[in-house]
Design a protein around this ligand. Structure first.
Ligand SMILES: C[S@@+](CC[C@H](N)C(=O)[O-])C[C@H]1O[C@@H](n2cnc3c(N)ncnc32)[C@H](O)[C@@H]1O
Length: 377
């Protein structure tokens, strides 16, 4: 009961979004924590979701492998290809290093600007600056927001604007974390146009979302000061974070709000990332994810959308960014991401409590927002 009351307070704007009929009382879904999620087993049929049925996760035996522990040799998928988790990490890093400079322009072209609407709605629905975890009657207390896979900063900048300007709460700070230094470096450059007070509330951290106990502050890419053979293995400078160079950890129970937008489908091990989200969030803290999803409920619209995705987007990538392969991967990764309900079940299996169905569809399900709360005790 305590968790339900806390969730109502923590997710004030999700009730109407998650509950189809305003006459119905809100529903809450919880499940005992289970780290064994066979949800990223390779799927030989690209037309179906990457995730196993939720029921299989809840019936897995205690001797089953722990899928929430990253294993660089375990099979997963990279678009329609089956690769190991380690290989996926490197190839995803290659994709985002390749697209970093053109990323923001391509986002507008590929989505007709819709990604801005979705991001605005995502941030508004979270209402940063008003923290249900703040003790006392005024909810405008300090708040630490961790924007994972934050890339070039779109979510973090919106968070800061809403918190500092709309909600007049300068006590909100945002950490942008990403595995890719090239993406973060573009974000850091973009952040120089923010008001000074917002810049002062922003920090950039290199980290793999699957293990947030190993991080370091952003070293801009390409590095003006580091030698080209800087990394621990003597390799030529790479754009993605090398855990061997980590200097700090994101402490457990230190984050009020964890956000991830259009990042999680690129992770090699989603259960591991969800487990880390759960670890770093304070009890009562909120996990919020904006990601491409399934528009299957609208067959005609869905057919047109798929046609656009698979024909136009790789072509635009080729013409505008001279990079067809990266954009081919991006559309395939969208196709392989679990359905709304399957992803909701992964969030619940990681220990979060969700309200109603657990997600909100945007533009007929082309994208969806999932939220979950870490129970207070
Ligand atoms: C499509 S971009 C999204 C950027 C930003 N959140 C936005 O909405 O514009 C995906 C980001 O996920 C990052 N990423 C991929 N795998 C990651 C991982 N394992 N840990 C952290 N970030 C990761 C990529 O480097 C990239 O910056």
């Amino acid at each position: 009961m305590a968790a339900r009351i806390a969730l109502k307070r923590a997710l004030p704007s999700t009730r109407s979004a998650f509950t189809h009929s305003p006459q119905q009382p809100p529903r809450f879904i919880t499940r005992p924590f289970s780290a064994s999620l066979p949800s990223l087993a390779p799927n030989p049929n690209p037309s179906t979701s990457a995730s196993s049925s939720p029921s299989s996760s809840s019936t897995s035996s205690s001797s089953a492998p722990d899928y929430a522990i990253p294993d660089p040799t375990r099979p997963t998928h990279f678009g329609y290809e089956t690769v190991t988790e380690g290989e996926k990490r490197e190839r995803v890093a290659g994709v985002f290093t390749s697209v970093a400079e053109s990323y923001d322009r391509m986002n507008d072209l590929m989505s007709f600007g819709w990604h801005r609407v979705w991001k605005d709605h995502f941030v508004a629905s979270l209402n940063p600056g008003f923290s249900p975890l703040t003790p006392g009657p005024d909810p405008r207390g300090p708040q630490h927001i961790l924007d994972i896979a934050g890339g070039t900063g779109d979510i973090a900048f919106r968070m800061l604007h809403t918190a500092h300007v709309v909600n007049a709460n300068p006590a909100v700070r945002v950490t942008i974390s990403d595995i890719n230094r090239a993406m973060l470096t573009v974000g850091k450059q973009r952040s120089t146009t923010l008001p000074a007070s917002q810049q002062a509330s922003l920090s950039f951290v290199e980290a793999n979302a699957e293990n947030l106990s190993q991080t370091r502050p952003l070293h801009p890419y390409p590095s003006p000061i580091e030698p080209t053979t800087h990394d621990a293995h003597g390799n030529t400078e790479q754009a993605f974070f090398d855990p061997a160079t980590s200097t700090a950890s994101i402490p457990s129970a230190s984050v009020d709000l964890y956000t991830v937008a259009f990042g999680i489908r690129n992770f090699s091990n989603i259960p591991a990332a969800l487990r880390e989200a759960y670890r770093v969030l304070k009890p009562g803290g909120v996990f919020a994810c904006l990601e491409f999803s399934k528009a299957d409920a609208h067959p005609v619209f869905n057919a047109l959308y798929k046609e656009w995705s698979f024909r136009a987007i790789p072509l635009i990538g080729q013409l505008v960014a001279a990079d067809r392969d990266s954009y081919q991967y991006l559309v395939e990764s969208i196709e392989r991401f679990p359905s709304q309900a399957e992803f909701r079940d992964m969030i619940v299996d990681a220990g979060f409590v969700v309200a109603g169905d657990g997600w909100e569809d945007l533009t007929g399900g082309v994208a969806a927002i999932h939220k979950g709360m870490k129970p207070r005790a």
